[in-house]
Design a protein around this ligand. Structure first.
Ligand code: I3P
Length: 109
């Protein structure tokens, strides 16, 4: 599965709150391949290679949990992703259907 997602980093490894200045929303082209969610920056091209920075932004979804961010009302169609090492991301999907589709795909790998 792939598509545009807007990401906010809420907590780093071990659930430590991500510091100010690193909590902003950023748009990525997300590619879910196996157990890795690749987050590609910049303009989307089907043949585009992942840059070194893209690889640093990749998220392991092994033993992770995605759920609708019902308590987050500032933006619509936002879901949480909590990873096995307790990072927490918020992802905004383009619409409700896409949000549900990402949640289901992430939780059923
Ligand atoms: C963050 C940015 C986020 C905001 C976050 C800020 O600043 O303005 O949009 O989250 O608030 O810290 P920066 O880009 O300097 O990291 P919201 O959009 O959810 O308000 P937060 O620290 O209360 O999460």
């Amino acid at each position: 599965k792939n598509g545009f997602l807007v990401r906010k980093v809420h907590a780093d490894c071990d659930g430590k709150r991500t510091p100010r200045g690193k909590r902003g929303w950023k748009t990525f082209y997300a590619i879910l391949k196996g157990l890795i969610l690749y987050l590609q920056k910049g303009e989307y091209r089907p043949d585009k290679q992942l840059s070194e920075e893209d690889l640093k932004n990749a998220v392991s979804i092994h033993h992770s949990l995605a759920m609708k961010a019902s308590d987050y009302s500032k933006r619509p169609n936002v879901f949480y992703l909590r990873t096995a090492d307790w990072r927490v991301y918020l992802f905004q999907a383009p619409n409700a259907e896409q949000m549900q589709s990402w949640i289901t795909r992430i939780n059923t790998v």
